[in-house]
Structures are given as structure tokens and as C-alpha cells.
Design a protein around this ligand. Sequence first.
Ligand SMILES: NC(=O)c1ccc[n+]([C@@H]2O[C@H](COP(=O)([O-])OP(=O)(O)OC[C@H]3O[C@@H](n4cnc5c(N)ncnc54)[C@H](OP(=O)(O)O)[C@@H]3O)[C@@H](O)[C@H]2O)c1
Length: 382
Amino acid sequence: MSDDLPRSTYQHINKPHSSSYRPDQAVPNPSILQVHPFIRMSRYTSAHDPVNLNGAGDARPTALQIIKDEGLINKLSGKVFLVTGVSAGIGIETLRALHATGADVYGTVRNLAKGQAVVDRILAEKGESKGKIGLIHMELDSFESVRKGANEFLEQSGGKCNLIIANAGVMATPEGRTKDGWETQFGTNHLGHFLLFQLLKDALLASATAAYPSRFVSVTSTGHRFHSIKFDDYNFAKTPYEAWTAYGQSKTANIYLANAIERHFAARHLHATSVHPGNIMGTGLAQHLQPEVVAAMGLETWEVKRTMKSAEQGAATQVFAAVGEEWRQKGGRYLQECTEEMRKVEGVGLEGGYASWAYDQEAEERLWRESFGMVGLEQPKE
Ligand SMILES: NC(=O)c1ccc[n+]([C@@H]2O[C@H](COP(=O)([O-])OP(=O)(O)OC[C@H]3O[C@@H](n4cnc5c(N)ncnc54)[C@H](OP(=O)(O)O)[C@@H]3O)[C@@H](O)[C@H]2O)c1
């Protein structure tokens, strides 16, 4: 397979898996973790070729490799980046890689001691970065905390912000509510980040130039295919709570936020993408999964394990979207494996590809409008 074919072409390399997941099932079909039946052409195509997958640490790029391949080691001094959720998982590796660019990188954490231990580890590595790392306390399930954190960030960064990566998230949580009364996953994964974006939008726009637009990267998941937006029942008030449906709704919302930001602000040099990072070994995200669910998803089998990434690899696509040259002047698309995902999947099947509802201008705009009310903001004139 040659790497010099045009980008954005893709080929069948085996038959697509059949899909059988229904949102009312308690266990997602393991096909979400199976080998992607299509591949697209990019410089990383061969590393992601299903026949080459060999589990965490295989040839797929790490986030730091992306920075090196883009020629960005210490090249972004003076830029200011913000990443949510840097105390665990792929947030740590995103912070580490962006720090290597020489930019000033701020990370949000809900536990400052845990976050400081991460920062200490990265700084102890004695890389050559000239940038600083700052920590911001922020609980995304509390609007008051998001507001305080956004203010603190603006004070520390002098009002500058070139990039936000909305990375923090929770998955398949037991039924619960945020401090403001929203379903935990929708409230944390979507509303917290929606409010954060609105509070920092002016800084993103003021920091943007035609040559170096600002960016917003929304970390979503193939799990968006579990469910679209429950417009008449965001909070499961009319239907029984189902943890995967709630995760699916929140991850669809992550895609819609990026698509809406692109539509509203691209002309003012602010671009947004959404990213599925891959399925990653050993992060905190799976903490709410019962052992029988892990077994049913095949997570302990080599067939599935060989497709999974390390946290360093899992952070690659969001770093690619955040600072890579390819996405400097455009957005509004869903990425995975360091390239745009090209394959649309009808219905709720969980193989490679995005859901039939992933690009839906009417739904994106409705969520955008209604989210203002949910976070207690007036929708401004743009
Ligand atoms: N791991 C995967 O296989 C996978 C697959 C697809 C998509 N993703 C997406 O990737 C992102 C990162 O996942 P991960 O695997 O790195 O998970 P992780 O290891 O659990 O890290 C999640 C981060 O979010 C923070 N966080 C959780 N709830 C929060 C809250 N209420 N307020 C503020 N911060 C909060 C966590 O803080 P604490 O350290 O305090 O818990 C942590 O820093 C998520 O958006 C997830 O949906 C992951």
C-alpha cells in the first residue's frame, strides 16, 4: 500500500463487520473495538493498516511523534494552549506533547495535587521546551467552577488563547446529576465544555490571525454512535437512564459543538474539529465498567487488544488536529487515526465510520441555541 495516493481516498480491505448494537442493550457490541474495515490515505496510513496493528506501543504515532513530524519542537513560543483534563489518560500525553512545542500550555484539573504530580513528571524529563506549564482548577460538572477556572486562565495567560482541546470526559457513569442538575455525562462532557468555550471565545478570536488561526478540538468517540441528541429529554426525565445512551448523546454533542463553532467563526479565523482518539489501554475512562461488561466487550482478548493504543498514541490525533499544518485553515470535520474519517455509517452500527447524524446542521444549531439556556447565558449576536 503506497503512501503517495491522494489524501482522503479510502479502500475496502475486508468486508465491513455486521452491526447489532441497539441502544437499549446494557453492553455495547464489541465491534466498536474491532479492526476498522476501511483505511484512508495519510502519512500514517500504513501504521494504522489493520494487518499491522500490534497493540499499545506498535508503529502508530505518538503525540510527541506528531510534534516532531510537524517540525514543531520549540517552534510555537508565545502561543497559549489550554487542555482540559490533564491529570490522567490521554490528557497527560497531550500536555507533554504540546509542551514540547515551546508554547505556554495550561491544563485544567479537578485535583490540583494529582495535576501537579503530572506537571512535575513532565518537567523532570528535562526536555528543551522554553514554554511553561500552568494548572487551572476546574470541575466541568459545575458551572461556577468552569467560570472561576476560565477567569483564572485569562488572568494567567494575559487574555491570550490560541487553542482549546476539550479533552476531559467521563463514560458510562451511574445515573447522576451535575451540580447544576444536568445528567452527569451530558453536563460534564458537553455543557461544561460549551460554557468554557463561550467564556474563552473572545480570547480565541482576539488571538487569531489569518496566518495562525485559533483552534478548538473537541474530543469525542466512536461511542457517539450509541445515540444522537435526546432533544426532548436531555436529562432522561421521560425515559429510563441508560449509561451508554447518555455517553452517546454527550459524544454526539461534542461533534456538534465543533461543527457549530466552525460554522459560526471560521470566517474570523477560528476553526474547530472533533476527534475520536482510538481505543486506549488502561486510562481512567473505563472505571465505571463492570468486569462482565469488560469481558463482553472482548477487552481482554488479543483480537481486541491488538487494536488498542497506548495513551501516548491515543493523544496523537487530537494533537494533530490542534497544531498540525493540515488543519490550520479548516475544520468542521470528524477525525480519527490522524486523518479525516470518511466513512458514514447508517443507523447505530459501531464499526469504523461516523453516525448518519454526525453532520446535521439543523440539530447542531438547535443544540447550540439550547445550550446557551442550559448554561445560563444569553445567546449573543455574532
Ligand atoms: N480511553 C479511550 O479509549 C477513549 C476512547 C474514545 C474517546 N475517549 C475520550 O478521550 C477523552 C479522555 O479520556 P481518557 O481515556 O484519557 O480518560 P481518563 O483517563 O479518565 O481522563 C479523563 C480526564 O478528565 C477529567 N475529568 C473527569 N471528570 C471531570 C470533571 N467532572 N471535571 C473536570 N475534569 C474531569 C479526569 O480528571 P481526574 O483525573 O480527576 O479523574 C481526567 O483528567 C474523553 O473525552 C473520552 O471520552 C477516550
